[in-house]
Design a binder for this molecule. Structure first.
Ligand SMILES: C[S@@+](CC[C@H](N)C(=O)[O-])C[C@H]1O[C@@H](n2cnc3c(N)ncnc32)[C@H](O)[C@@H]1O
Length: 276
């Protein structure tokens, strides 16, 4: 009986073979194996895993998000009261998905989580996939930095629709995401000619291949969607925003700038205005 092909099976380091006379340098393959080992997903796969790798695969980004969602639901009554307190107290600037970066002058909002471990607590705990308990047109600006890529694109559109509802006429939506377009252009350029160091070397240096650097933007960190300036502009226009255009780091219509410096090297920024 023919044996079942096992090309997809992940082999352990000791099983690795480099065929005699193979043109590929041994170092490149070994580097790939080392690079991929911590990324092993959960589920049945032919490989010997260390306990540390097994544990990490059990609590991947999706499991962590599920735990955060439950904690956020439990906090909802307290968060509703917090939102009510914010009304009528001057300009209301919302930083949705603030993570461990609290933008000064903004109301920083995120899921429940272990932010305290980084010495940071959001001002309000809320799941932005649910309607924020604030009246229509009660907000002056909304900011989402490196959040959209954590949402499926249709959920991203719903989040932008929600920002439109919350903003007063003339209010501003500002979005920042990893610029997949810049990665893709650089990938293509580096295939044909030497280029000056760019986003790949700045943010994801030393990967076994450039493609693996791009794959991180698509698949790692809990990312489920990819974006570029053109797609962000279309997204904001689809929600009804006007004057939609790319913006620069630290620039834009709203102050104080909420852009976090560590995000600058790989980010694209787009702003739009809620029309009257
Ligand atoms: C990559 S972090 C970005 C944090 C911060 N904005 C920054 O740029 O440093 C993505 C953040 O989005 C938050 N997030 C993802 N889905 C969310 C949701 N449904 N509601 C609220 N926050 C969410 C995550 O908890 C996480 O803190």
């Amino acid at each position: 009986m023919e044996s079942v092909p096992t090309a997809w099976a992940v082999r352990t380091e000791t099983e690795a073979e480099v065929p005699t006379g193979h043109a590929q340098p041994v170092q490149r393959g070994a580097g790939l194996r080392t690079y991929l080992a911590p990324k092993l997903p959960a589920g049945p796969i032919v490989a010997s895993r260390t306990p540390a790798v097994r544990l990490r695969s059990l609590v991947g980004p999706r499991q962590r998000t599920a735990a955060k969602t439950i904690g956020t639901r439990l906090m909802a009554p307290r968060s509703r009261r917090r939102f009510q307190e914010l009304l009528g107290g001057g300009p209301l600037l919302l930083n949705l998905g603030s993570g461990t970066y609290n933008a000064p002058g903004w109301v920083n909002i995120d899921l429940w989580g272990l932010h305290a471990a980084w010495g940071v607590q959001p001002d309000v705990i809320w799941d932005l996939r649910r309607p924020l308990p604030l009246p229509d047109g009660s907000v002056d600006a909304v900011f989402l930095e490196h959040v959209l890529e954590h949402l499926p694109a249709p959920v991203g559109l719903a989040a932008v629709d929600q920002a439109f509802r919350l903003l007063r006429p003339g209010g501003v939506l500002r979005i920042s995401v990893p610029d997949f377009g810049r990665y893709a252009r650089e990938y293509a350029a580096r295939k044909t000619a030497p280029t000056a160091p760019g986003v790949i070397d700045a943010v994801r240096p030393g990967r076994p291949t450039d493609l693996l650097a791009l794959a991180e933007v698509v698949y790692d960190h809990g990312h489920v969607s990819i974006w570029d300036d053109e797609t962000l502009v279309v997204l904001l226009e689809a929600a009804g925003f006007t004057d939609v255009a790319p913006s620069g780091f630290g620039a834009g219509r709203v102050g104080p700038s909420p852009d976090s410096p560590q995000r600058q090297p790989e980010s694209v920024y787009v702003e739009g205005v809620r029309p009257a």
